[in-house]
Write a protein that binds this ligand. Structure first.
Ligand code: ATP
Length: 309
């Protein structure tokens, strides 16, 4: 049954992608490529989430076998219900952590492991792992379908009232209600075009509806106006309450509140600790923080990492 389910589920993904037309072919190949990277191990069991403790244990990773190493012997833990923020310069490997946790790629044998409540994620079914994790990526891909479908995708059994509730919590309801066909409005390539911030709110609504115990947020670096940025920040924080969250952080508010901040440089942990501890340490994080304050900027850490030598 499980063996049958996986390919059918996979075909469903391809079908949905195909529905988006030729313009999305590139994306489909990317998806196929990713799907080929991981397969359920023979006899894989479903993941049993008890507390939601996530651990990266001595993880090393390269995208191609024998290729350029991206992560080097990386270890950190996200305790149940806590948020760990990962910061660092562009290319440091931050998004790679998210891709590995969601199993777009597998950590190779002998190169460490990622566990959820003690279970190696390579040994559980991909479907059960992904059911336990909600992702809000930087660039949300919307299906060429209705707004309701795009939000309800988080939980296909959701009622229209539940979809509207999630949209309200993600502060996108008023926008949707203002469109001519409301929740029946088509979005995507051939429908209503949404801004980056609106798309991210749809992804947040989708995740709220899914209500998974583990969250991955890849905060957008793109220039949202600051009111939008603050609103999205607040939504993300309320969605993360009581959940285990891995946040690829570009904004100081996320970083300040995180249980632990992991400063990643060239795929290695350069520094780690709470915001206060890192400031007291007076290292690279403290310098970035001071630089930001000296410039009076509140736009986020990402730009400052980018400027660092
Ligand atoms: P940013 O802040 O710019 O998003 P990041 O820290 O999230 O950067 P990653 O996206 O994790 O960085 O990428 C880490 C390194 O891995 C980069 O050098 C990137 O070029 C490389 N990389 C990312 N994806 C792939 C891929 N699919 N194949 C090969 N190399 C890749």
């Amino acid at each position: 049954m499980i063996q049958l389910y996986v390919p059918l589920n996979f075909l469903g993904v391809i079908y949905r992608e195909l529905k988006q037309g030729l313009a999305d072919l590139d994306k489909m190949f990317v998806l196929l490529e990713r799907e080929r990277e991981v397969a359920d191990a023979p006899g894989a069991r479903p993941l049993a989430v008890t507390q939601g403790r996530v651990r990266f244990e001595n993880v090393s990773f390269a995208y191609e076998s024998g290729g350029r190493p991206i992560l080097h012997d990386l270890s950190f833990e996200i305790p149940p219900g806590r948020t760990v923020a990962v910061v660092g310069p562009s290319g440091a490997g931050k998004s790679t952590l998210a891709r590995l946790l969601y199993r777009f790629y597998d950590v190779p044998a002998g190169a460490g492991r990622i566990t959820v409540d003690g279970q190696d994620i390579r040994e559980v079914t991909q479907a059960s792992l992904r059911a336990a994790i909600g992702i809000v990526p930087q660039d949300t891909v919307l299906f060429n379908d209705t707004v309701a479908y795009n939000i309800g995708y988080g939980r296909p059994s959701a009622t229209p009232a539940e979809i509207e509730g999630a949209a309200r919590s993600a502060h996108i309801h008023d926008f949707i209600a203002g469109t001519p066909q409301g929740y029946a409005t088509m979005v995507g390539e051939r429908g209503l075009k949404l801004s980056g911030g609106e798309k991210q709110r749809v992804a947040i609504a989708r995740t709220l509806l899914k209500n998974p115990p583990i969250l991955i947020f890849d905060e957008a670096t793109s220039a949202l106006d600051s009111a939008n940025e603050r609103a999205i920040q607040a939504e993300l924080q309320s969605a993360a309450r009581g959940k285990t969250a891995l946040v690829i952080a570009h904004r100081l508010s996320t970083v300040v509140d995180a249980h632990e901040i992991v400063v990643l440089e060239h795929g290695r942990v350069a520094e780690r600790g709470s915001h206060a501890a890192l400031l007291a340490h007076g290292g690279v994080y403290a310098r970035m923080w001071q630089l930001q304050h000296a410039q009076g900027g509140a736009e986020g850490v990402a730009a400052h990492w980018a400027q660092s030598p």
